[in-house]
Design a protein around this ligand. Sequence first.
Ligand code: RIB
Ligand code: NA
Length: 306
Amino acid sequence: MNKVTVLGSLNVDTILRFKRFPKAGETLPLTGKSIAGGGKGANQAIAAARAGAQTTFIGKVGHDQEGDFMVKQLTDSGVDDQYVAHSDQAATGSAFILLDSSSENRILIDGGTNQQVTAADVDAAQPAIVASTFLIAQFETPLAATEHGFKLAKAAGTATILNPAPATTAVPASLLALTDLIAPNETETETLTGVHITDERSMIKAATNLQQQGVANVIITVGSHGAFWIRGTEHGFVPAYKVNAVDTTAAGDTFIGALSSVLQSDFSNLATAVRFANRASSLAVQQLGAQPSIPTKAEIQAAERA
Ligand code: RIB
Ligand code: NA
């Protein structure tokens, strides 16, 4: 069984649903409002745990009800929370997910305690990092903590997975040098490489660029189209399953978490793992909310047999 440690964010998501965005000066009614566990880090950890990995989370919440709620979301799915720190310095992170009648979302974030994760927090979790098959990180917690975590991982022979989301910053070369697998979506890929993703040729070009920047294994996810992978000179495209999407929130997170639960540490089964991850995210998009929509291993396997 893979052991996975996720370093990252936890957010309480408030999901607002409405027919269309109001124009300037206009007032419109909501068609729905709900609260769910979210945050890219926590979503990926829950996806890994539900898909069968022994999972540990490194992150930070506030001393508030939202923090307790988020820790409960982790532990209810079997994620080890012993390295989730509590801080007085800010409130637990929150996100506002705007869903109009298209299934694409727009998200506003208040990072809160996620912004306060430090290298010292990562040091405290060194035993988990050392014992893990993979360490996974995203960009909703500070880069300095991530880079420190990846250094500890590499020194211990733990493979590193970077999901460079959201695509806000240029990634430092020093972090890419410590990354074994990078998994951006098409927007993030363009931010990192300057290559606009239109077809397989552009994916090969962008992925090769990322390899030249020091990452041996690359996955480019392209939403409802599927995912492209490259490992050394081998590459392939795995089409997505055709489903009726109601909410794409956490589809990418589900992909990363599920992938990490079945991936071999030398990445030799990348194509098979991408297929499994695609199946998991095709289930997540069919339900509302981030964490409530993340499937279990049994659900993924049942969908594979159907
Ligand atoms: O990737 C989806 C997540 O991004 C949401 O759960 C929200 O909290 C934001 O962090
Ligand atoms: Na969803």
